[in-house]
Design a protein around this ligand. Structure first.
Ligand code: ATP
Ligand code: MG
Length: 254
């Protein structure tokens, strides 16, 4: 599974600088979490890695090879999108082992045998708690949290090399979210995909990450293990971010 290198990336939208000379290396099989305030450039960064948009400057490398000119399918990156439709097929049901459906689509596209398709989708559905009662429904007939779980399922039925997750648990209640977090860690260990996970939630970042990047205004302010970021912030922004989060938790649970 690839190591991802980002070298001096810049992405502008008109006068907005969404990514501002960002450099970092994400290790092979690493669970890398990007956390930062709204509009700091998190989604833009994932779209750059997926190849959905091109940087204005800088390079993206997978295992030392520049992929700037590779179109998304050739990068073999799977992304779970933030919000609304999550790139699910609206006209297909969640899962039908014998037909084209959201969960079987990637496997059928690769002409996998029926037995293999059935086994794999059942396994994924079980892990993500996608109950059989949801199988015959279309995405429009699901709650947001259910849609998110199906979107993660669709992204992993065919194990990806690189998995990009844009706030994939944001619509789950705290209990379901804690459960899904455990499952995601387990899945990561199984799949071994290099994973970049975006969240607003510092606690979630600390619970999931091998390493965390605290992002602000298109740059990484600090990259380190959860413990390093929590105990040894390298600048005032990160220190404030951690402190204000602690404060919120302390007020809620005095
Ligand atoms: N296609 C676009 N056209 C113009 N501006 C854009 C476009 N996409 C993103 N931006 C701008 O780039 C900046 C970064 O946006 P981005 O979506 O990456 O933020 P984010 O960190 O994912 O925010 P959120 O946490 O709210 O999802 C924002 O100022 C946004 O308005
Ligand atoms: Mg976003």
């Amino acid at each position: 599974m690839p190591r991802i290198e980002l070298r001096g990336l810049v992405k502008r939208f008109g006068r907005t600088v969404a990514i501002d000379h960002l450099s970092a290396t994400i290790g092979d099989r690493e669970f890398f979490v990007v956390v930062g305030p709204t509009a700091c450039g998190k989604t833009t960064l994932l779209r750059l890695i997926a190849g959905l948009i091109r940087p204005d400057r800088g390079e993206i490398l997978f295992d030392g090879v520049v992929v700037n000119d590779l179109p998304p399918p050739a990068r073999r990156v799977r992304m779970v999108f933030q919000g609304q439709d999550y790139a699910l097929f609206p006209h297909l049901v969640v899962c039908d082992e014998r037909r084209w459906s959201n969960l079987t689509f990637p496997l059928r596209l690769r002409a996998r045998a029926l037995g293999e398709v059935s086994e794999r989708v059942r396994q994924v559905a079980r892990r993500l708690r996608i109950g059989r009662e949801l199988f015959p429904r279309r995405p429009g007939e699901l709650s947001e949290g259910q849609k998110q779980r199906v979107a993660v399922g669709k992204a992993i039925v065919l194990p990806p090399r690189i998995l990009l997750l844009d706030e994939p648990l944001s619509h789950l209640d705290p209990h379901a979210r804690a459960e899904a977090r455990e499952e995601l860690r387990g899945l990561h260990a199984e799949l071994g995909a290099t994973t970049v996970y975006v969240t607003h939630d510092l606690a979630e970042a600390f619970l999931l990450a091998d390493r965390v990047a605290v992002m602000r205004a298109g740059r990484f302010e600090q990259v380190g293990t959860p413990r390093e970021v929590r105990d040894r912030p390298t600048n005032a922004f990160v220190a404030d971010f951690v402190r204000s989060y602690r404060e919120t938790v302390r007020r809620a649970f005095p």
